[in-house]
Design a binder for this molecule. Structure first.
Ligand SMILES: CC(C)(COP(=O)(O)OP(=O)(O)OC[C@H]1O[C@@H](n2cnc3c(N)ncnc32)[C@H](O)[C@@H]1OP(=O)(O)O)[C@@H](O)C(=O)NCCC(=O)NCCS
Length: 337
């Protein structure tokens, strides 16, 4: 037992919309095929929101599951961070909508926008508040409704992105738990590689509407692919080294689920079997900031994360933002700090 304070992940939950869109459904919408999508990306189906569902709807459902698991009243929360690139509105923050609907009356709430790296960045930010002793109960939620921002006529993007949310509760512990090390960085020079131009101050409300194509996600797929393979591998390597570990000591990698071929390239780089990499992209597609927390929840559900396990999470997204974390999976229970 050390006197150091760790930010343990003590509860978790995820939520995806009920509506499922299969590759065969997409075959009827754009010129594509189940075979192309599966072999080039690993995706078989994805969940998409219906009318009346928003990013906050999914975030709220995931948050409620995590709080129920912890048996923690929402009023005990100190902070809610919603990591999202697809908020309900430019402002107010989706986190404030979630805060109100949860009844988290004492909580500070804000959104964190780091696209697909959002959850990795958010977990890191929340951990600092706990380590300093400033806060005790923090919800970090990755939530997205990318289906609202893709051009359903553009086969190069609409087959990839999807909707969902995952939430974790962070609480202090003296036992080794949560983030042990991290490495993160951003490269703004890659801003044009993944971009959705409308919706911000570059298109003032008193000017004519932006061209329709600027309201959709644009992505230079091949360049993004190349950079993601390099960076997610390098970042993981760095985070693992900073934890004083060797890649072979990691029990489970939980990478951002953007393309199964990116994950396979990581496994090759580390000379590790694919069994060490959690993959669920087949059923969810790329849910951006929600992909890692959804994968984390499923890894626990499937018994792939045993208490004490060492986990490496790595993400890459628009910005460009990227980073990796090494986590000790030790969810408690712990005594009061
Ligand atoms: C987008 C991505 C799947 C495309 O795969 P790719 O193997 O690079 O495919 P290419 O872009 O080279 O396209 C190959 C061909 O398939 C076609 N194609 C693209 N999308 C298609 C689809 N959905 N169905 C059928 N054909 C498609 C292209 O038009 C191209 O045809 P052409 O050779 O006649 O010009 C891949 O680049 C990727 O995953 N990139 C990274 C995505 C990512 O990680 N994004 C988020 C980061 S968080």
């Amino acid at each position: 037992m050390s006197e150091q304070v760790y930010a343990a992940i003590t509860a978790w939950g995820f939520s995806v919309p009920e509506k499922v869109l299969t590759n065969h459904d997409l075959e009827r919408m754009v010129e594509t095929s189940d075979e192309w999508i599966r072999t080039r990306t690993g995706i078989g189906e994805r969940h998409v929101v219906s009318e009346g569902e928003f990013t906050s709807t999914l975030a709220l459902a995931a948050a409620r599951k995590a709080l129920a698991q912890a048996n923690l009243p929402a009023a005990e929360l100190d902070l809610i961070i919603v990591c999202t690139a697809t908020p309900d509105y430019p402002f107010p923050a989706t986190a404030c909508i979630v805060q109100e609907q949860l009844g988290a009356t004492r909580a500070t709430a804000f959104d964190l926008e780091a696209a697909c790296s959002g959850f990795v960045y958010g977990l890191n930010v929340a951990t600092q508040f706990i380590k300093t002793g400033a806060m005790k109960n923090i919800l970090v939620i990755g939530a997205e409704t990318l289906s609202r921002f893709v051009n359903w006529k553009d086969r190069t993007t609409c087959v990839l992105f999807a909707d969902g949310a995952g939430a974790v509760l962070l609480q202090p512990s003296h036992e080794q738990s949560g983030i042990l090390s991290f490495y993160s960085a951003s490269s703004g020079e890659g801003a044009e590689l993944i971009i959705e131009r409308a919706g911000g101050s570059r298109y003032p409300a008193n000017q004519p509407m932006p061209p329709q194509h600027d309201c959709y996600i644009h992505m230079a797929g091949q360049e993004v692919f190349k950079q993601a393979v390099r960076v997610m591998g390098d970042d993981s390597m760095e985070a693992i080294a900073r934890a004083g570990l060797h890649p072979s000591q990691i029990d489970l990698f939980i990478p951002h689920q953007a393309n199964v071929r990116i994950i396979e390239a990581m496994a090759k780089k580390f000379e590790l079997p694919m069994a060490k990499f959690f993959v669920n992209i087949e059923y969810y597609g790329n849910t951006s900031a929600a992909s890692i927390p959804i994968a984390l929840c499923e890894a626990v559900e499937q018994g792939k994360l045993k208490p004490g396990a060492l986990v490496c999470m790595a993400a890459f997204g628009a910005g460009i933002t990227h980073g990796a974390l090494v986590i000790r999976w030790n969810p408690g229970p712990f005594g009061e700090l």
